[in-house]
Design a protein. Structure first.
Length: 614
């Protein structure tokens, strides 16, 4: 059977009518269906973004038809409007089983209803093996081109049946939540009581590491299972989307519904993260959404689960910037915790000290440094934000665990990086490969299978995608640098064969500025973690540092130890000859020119507010 395409622009509606994976009911095979217009021209499908959300969509003009399997199932679709005309649009879907057309979905979108509206409709089964489906959009007469555009989006037919369903996946990324700031890892217990409780009820990896100290590259590794060097650094995330397969593209090709809710910055459709997703909600446009709003984001994700979660196996990705800088107390309780850790300095308004991306950059470059009291206050506010996120996270998990499909839902909780608060060094992230930045929480929970357990050897975010696919019974469906951790989760082994994990940093603008170099310079910095040691190499400034784990004291490396780690990093860096006398500057990691996304003003504003120079 041919496999459906996951490119950003296809001619046939391949993959829109998808299957469940192995174990689904008979008669639920993938249907390769082409929708054609009344004039016989095939429908053209592409990613369409409306009001902060994308769908695989086509322009709704008149009537289009195609074939539909005859068995019972559920039809889901999105309708969307864009333009300035003040007119309502009627969208209709009809089914013909040989006895005439029956309307199964009718929706009138009001003139002020710009954006996507999601729909679902049960489709009764009939004896005939195939039926016809017809989609119609009734635009007002005389609507001028560009004044009003209507779209059909993410049309999927979800076959019914009584077969055993595959597992669902909920993947939660708590951006900037470093492991060190959790009570379970030595942080303030009151701040993360519910997250710590989840970790204790799940299988938790206590030494999980990010591959890169920023959101964009770290999440690319999460979804692809690839280290940054395998994708050529930043240049692999382009205006036309991922240049590699990902967890989402694999699962969508296997018949999963795929949905994502995030907050409209780096983890957005601007960078191709929507590839493989039926629904991708970047978050509200305008306002202060870039500050992170976990309550709204988790609320939208919960609404999707309540409406669509029991229709078919799904992948739901939820991502929030809630504890990312700027650090602002969300409510009186989070402010109380911050005040108990570090009172507000004189002149502070109370909730925050006016932290901005520019000020952080100046501090990190050594030009306008925060005082030690101010740094302590920033860290305290960060902990207060974690407390607020902890409450929101708890409400979402409780709601999920009460849903009818909870027992067959794998929940994965992690972060992409942490923040550091060093009065004599750096604050935030993106400037160093410090443990406090790279060390992140990672836990898998599946009722009656993965409930409790810990592992203390190093693992990486590149291991997440292959582990999820292995748990779902789809090993070897994604070529990754990681490996499946399922044997640990299942308890079939107590340990895996030792393997180093890596992280890297290519651009560190404040570090370059402090060295009186162009801020676009490449620092060429790498870390390799073994079971007992940590080795770091830096090109700008040049150094090598080896230390034992756990512990923070640097040790004088022996020639043999240094050579071992140099060999490891040399293999990591595509096998090129290792050079210790000059910084390594990878050609493939170039950000400027080809491969740099073209961002709209809103997206660029959000990234700048989060402290990213892109």
């Amino acid at each position: 059977m041919p496999r459906c395409l996951t490119t950003r622009r296809v001619v046939l509606l391949c993959g829109w009518l998808a299957t469940w994976a192995a174990g689904a009911a008979a008669g639920s095979e993938i249907a390769e269906i082409a929708l054609v217009a009344a004039d016989g021209v095939p429908v053209v499908v592409e990613k369409v973004r409306l009001v902060g959300a994308t769908r695989d969509a086509f322009r709704a003009r008149g009537t289009v038809e195609g074939a539909l399997p005859g068995h019972a199932g559920t039809l889901v679709a999105s309708t969307g409007l864009r333009g300035t005309a003040a007119d309502d649009v009627a969208f209709r879907i009809e089914i013909d089983d040989g006895g005439g057309w029956t309307e199964v979905l009718a929706a009138t979108v009001a003139a002020d209803g710009r954006g996507w509206v999601d729909h679902r409709a049960d489709v009764a089964g009939v004896a005939s093996p195939w039926r016809r489906i017809r989609l119609r959009a009734e635009l007002p007469d005389g609507a001028a081109a560009g004044e009003l555009e209507a779209f059909w989006g993410s049309l999927r037919y979800l076959p019914g049946g009584d077969g055993e369903r595959p597992l669902n996946v909920v993947l939660i990324s708590l951006d900037t939540l470093g492991a060190r700031y959790l009570g379970s890892h030595g942080g303030v217990p009151e701040a993360s009581r519910h997250i710590d409780g989840f970790l204790s009820r799940a299988f938790s990896f206590r030494r999980a590491y990010a591959t890169y100290p920023n959101t964009l590259v770290s999440h690319a590794s999460l979804f692809s299972g690839l280290y940054p060097t395998s994708r050529g650094g930043y240049g692999s995330i382009r205006e036309d989307g991922f240049t590699f397969d990902s967890l989402a593209t694999v699962l969508r090709g296997r018949g999963y519904l795929t949905a994502a809710y995030t907050e409209n910055a780096f983890v957005s459709s601007d960078f191709g993260f929507d590839n493989g997703f039926d629904w991708y909600d970047d978050g509200p446009e305008g306002g202060d959404a870039f500050l992170g709003d976990a309550a709204e984001t988790f609320g939208r994700a919960r609404g999707w689960l309540e409406r669509f979660g029991d229709d078919a196996p799904f992948l739901l990705f939820v991502h929030t910037y809630e504890v990312h800088s700027p650090y602002i107390a969300r409510n009186a309780d989070s402010l109380r915790i911050a005040d108990s850790l570090a009172p507000a300095p004189i002149g502070d308004g109370g909730a925050g000290i006016g932290s901005t991306a520019d000020r952080e950059h100046l501090h990190n470059a050594g030009y306008d440094r925060y005082s030690p009291d101010e740094v302590r206050r920033l860290a305290a506010l960060h902990v207060g934000e974690i407390h607020y996120l902890d409450q929101v996270f708890s409400e979402f998990v409780r709601a999920l665990e009460a849903m009818p499909f909870a027992d067959r839902t794998l929940v994965v909780v992690l972060s992409d990086h942490g923040d550091e608060f060093d009065p004599n060094g750096m604050i935030g992230h993106g400037e160093t490969l410090a443990d406090v930045v790279l060390h992140v929480p990672l836990a898998f929970r599946l009722p009656r299978r993965f409930e409790g357990g810990e592992f203390d050897d190093p693992v990486s975010l590149v291991d997440v995608a292959p582990t999820i696919l292995d748990v779902l019974g789809m090993p070897d469906t994604l070529a990754t640098d990681g490996r499946s951790l399922r044997p640990l989760l299942d308890g079939t082994v107590a340990a895996l064969e030792p393997r180093p994990v890596f992280a890297e940093l290519q651009r560190a603008p404040a570090t370059c500025a402090a060295q009186r170099l162009p801020e676009s310079c490449f620092v060429g910095r790498f870390v390799a973690y073994s079971e007992r040691e940590r080795f770091e190499y830096s090109g700008v400034p040049h150094y090598e540092l080896l230390r034992h784990l756990p512990g923070v004291d640097a040790v004088e490396p022996s020639p043999a130890q240094l050579q071992t780690f140099r060999s490891l990093l040399s293999a990591y860096v595509t096998g090129a000859p290792w050079e210790t006398k000059a910084p390594w500057r990878p050609e493939a990691a170039a950000v400027d020119g080809v491969g740099k996304p073209v961002l709209d003003d809103v997206t660029r504003q959000r990234l700048e507010a989060l402290g990213y120079d892109f």
